[in-house]
Design a protein. Structure first.
Length: 161
């Protein structure tokens, strides 16, 4: 199937005539007819318009591989990219953040909030302060684990007696 046939398939799947389809992407009915004619070149601008307006998977439209319609998360990321002019690096950052567990996401959000608070108060923590805080946190966790192990050991001794 050619890209021209896929453009026509998109239009038919959406149950639109050429005039309705043309209006949605901002070209003429004759332009849609030309796009659908096998052998005619479909320029990038028209591909992008079709994909944006109808949530079409660009890879599918260009090559026929994959699903016709984009997944919702791809559509949402595309909307964020458009609204906030995200760079490729910004898109990758969002994808990476969303791939993290909820606990990891929470840790990152907490760190960003701490950083923002420090900036607002003109009280930027030094690496030594952060290191001390982390060391104290680790020591507290070790102490809690020792206490739990000790309590577990005492319970086992009582059961044997």
């Amino acid at each position: 199937m050619t890209i021209n046939e896929r453009v026509k398939l998109v239009r038919k799947t959406l149950k639109m005539n050429q005039t309705e389809f043309a209006t949605k992407i901002g070209i003429t009915q004759t332009g849609v007819s030309w796009l659908e004619k096998p052998g005619n070149v479909v320029i990038d601008q028209n591909i992008h318009l079709i994909c944006e307006k109808f949530r079409i998977n660009e890879t599918w439209l260009r090559t026929g591989e994959g699903e016709m319609f984009r997944q919702d998360d791809e559509y949402i990321l595309d909307k964020l990219t458009e609204t906030y002019q995200l760079t490729d690096k910004g898109q990758r950052m969002i994808r990476a953040f969303l791939a993290l567990s909820s606990e990891q996401q929470e840790a990152i959000v907490d760190s960003i909030c701490t950083l923002a608070h420090s900036i607002d108060n003109n009280n930027t923590p030094t690496p030594v302060d952060e290191s001390s805080r982390l060391r104290a946190q680790l020591e507290a966790e070790i102490q809690a684990e020792r206490k739990a192990a000790s309590a577990s050991s005492a319970t086992s001794s009582e059961k044997r007696a």
